[in-house]
Design a binder for this molecule. Structure first.
Ligand SMILES: Cc1cc2nc3c(=O)[nH]c(=O)nc-3n(C[C@H](O)[C@H](O)[C@H](O)COP(=O)(O)OP(=O)(O)OC[C@H]3O[C@@H](n4cnc5c(N)ncnc54)[C@H](O)[C@@H]3O)c2cc1C
Length: 481
């Protein structure tokens, strides 16, 4: 598809047409994390219905700006309606004043409901909006960030309850749960294996997408409210979950994310110069010097591949190509990430997969690729690539970055905690309690790699369940047992 045509799809114009196929099943609403956070203010299903009836009125009256662009509604929509893009497609009908009012209202709501409000503005309320709404969105975003910075000093929340809670992992899920529980008067300690808190917000997202000063300011704000964060402490190695329980922690929330990289399983993967995207981004974010060379191939089609490709350019690579197994329409990366990567000078090559990596003196020098069609779904829900005979080609390169997914590291778990096939923790979907009483889990370690807003929702839900559990109430209903 030509670039202009693809842009049309990405701007939602074609999907607005697709709206006609919406049969109001409600799956988008049921799967929307923002609905959980702001139940009275946001409802994609009703917005969709009203959008098709009277776009002007909808835009004026509704908080369209609350969409987090996580695409969970799209991934679950039986009719494949790209809901976030439909919402943006009504942009032209708004007055500038109307936009600003909507966005500011949204910011006020976020601030009340989300513990990392500015971070969420950067990573959820994505600058794609800037393309659409410039300059009001950026102005409001900047003003919001500045206002937040100069907010009055907060004092610690009084510890009204004696019970201690341990949170393992300081990503958005862990920080949200800890914040909610502190507000309820508990003593909460967050254990983090890295030198600094923030999870993927700190070590995954590149600086150009989320300035670390913004993250630092928000974490300071949480600490000022009484959150204790113990860094450089790996649960499972320095202290075990059972030891924490014996030390008097009455409940534990496991929010360790998905830190391990998936392997490609092709010949030559162990050669020098073949690096994992998460390792690369982590090192760059922690200030290490990395030398990749001039010609870099990134393998993968998700957002992490886009971040890795743009980071490679920033590290001095001159020729960066992303090799993606899916077609242009099917690739999992968000459309604006792809467009921004292309605008920075990254090339995309679709419907290909690496066959093997070739080395010289232990270092990768080339990779053989083959074109593929996507076949049937396998048991993990992925479509298997089927190679097209005679389509092989070889690319010379200095480095290969693998960005083909992440899986949780569950080595910290005691035996009594049940694990699912995809190496995620099994929890009760309502309460997030694991198979070990008093131990809860949420975020990427349960869902697999997802989004910040979904991790925030998990953190909030876990805090409610933990509070009920510690009060001796039924974690699902809140009734006294
Ligand atoms: C490169 C990249 C870019 C992304 N961009 C976006 C984006 O733009 N928007 C968006 O919504 N989402 C984005 N995501 C996804 C998002 O960052 C994650 O979904 C989210 O951070 C998951 O939150 P979490 O709290 O579950 O886990 P994490 O953020 O992964 O945090 C887990 C924390 O637990 C710590 N930990 C792990 N094991 C232990 C242990 N044994 N003991 C103590 N601590 C431990 C880790 O060090 C880490 O700090 C991106 C992800 C990546 C990798």
């Amino acid at each position: 598809m030509a670039r202009e045509a693809r842009t049309r799809v990405h701007n939602g114009i074609l999907d607005a047409e697709r709206l006609k196929h919406c049969f109001e099943c409600g799956i988008c609403t049921a799967s929307c994390p923002v609905v959980e956070l702001f139940p009275n203010h946001y409802n994609p299903r009703s917005l969709l219905q009203k959008t098709s009836l009277n776009i002007k009125r909808v835009l004026k009256e509704n908080g369209l700006w609350l969409c987090a662009w996580c695409y969970r509604c799209y991934r679950r929509c039986p009719q494949r309606v790209r809901v976030p893009e439909v919402l943006v497609s009504v942009k032209d009908l708004a007055t500038e004043q109307g936009h600003l009012r909507g966005f500011e209202e949204a910011l006020g709501l976020i601030r009340r409901e989300v513990p990392l409000p500015t971070v969420c503005c950067y990573v959820c309320f994505h600058p794609e909006r800037g393309r659409v709404d410039k300059p009001p969105v950026f102005t409001a975003l900047k003003r919001f960030a500045t206002d937040h910075e100069h907010e009055e000093e907060v004092s610690p929340v009084p510890k009204a309850r004696e019970k201690k809670i341990a949170v393992i992992g300081s990503g958005p899920a862990g920080l949200t749960a800890a914040h909610e529980l502190i507000k309820k008067g508990y003593s909460v300690t967050v254990f983090e294996s890295l030198p600094k808190p923030g999870g993927m917000l700190r070590i995954g997202l590149p600086e150009y997408r989320l300035p670390k000063s913004v993250l630092d300011a928000e974490i300071e704000h949480l600490k000022d409210q009484g959150m204790e964060i113990r860094t450089n402490l790996t649960v499972g190695r320095d202290v075990t979950i059972n030891e924490l329980l014996r030390e008097g922690y009455k409940a534990i929330f496991i929010a360790v994310g998905a830190q391990n990289c998936r392997k490609l399983d092709v010949e030559g993967e162990e050669l020098k110069g073949v690096v994992q995207a998460l390792d690369l981004l982590r090192k760059v974010n922690l200030g290490h010097n990395i030398e990749l060379g001039k010609k870099v191939a990134v393998i993968g089609g998700g957002n992490v591949a886009m971040d890795a490709a743009r980071t490679a350019l920033q590290l001095g690579a001159k020729d960066v190509n992303v090799f993606c197994m899916e077609s242009q329409e099917e690739m999992p990366a968000n459309p604006w990430e792809v467009r921004e990567a292309e605008d920075s000078g990254v090339n995309m090559i679709f419907s290909v997969t690496p066959k093997r990596m070739l080395g010289k003196d232990g270092r990768v020098v080339a990779t053989e690729f083959v074109s593929v069609e996507l076949g049937e779904l396998d048991e993990s829900g992925m479509r298997c690539p089927v190679p097209i005979e005679g389509s092989g080609f070889t690319v010379e390169l200095d480095a290969v970055i693998l960005a083909i997914g992440a899986i949780p590291d569950l080595s910290l778990l005691p035996k009594d905690i049940e694990v699912a096939i995809g190496n995620t923790i099994v929890v009760d979907l309502d309460t997030l309690e694991t198979s070990l009483a008093g131990v809860f889990a949420g975020g990427d370690v349960v869902s697999g790699p997802a989004t910040v807003i979904e991790a925030v929702v998990a953190g909030k839900r876990a805090a409610v369940s933990i509070d009920r559990y510690l009060r001796g109430e039924d974690p699902t209903t809140g009734e006294r047992i």
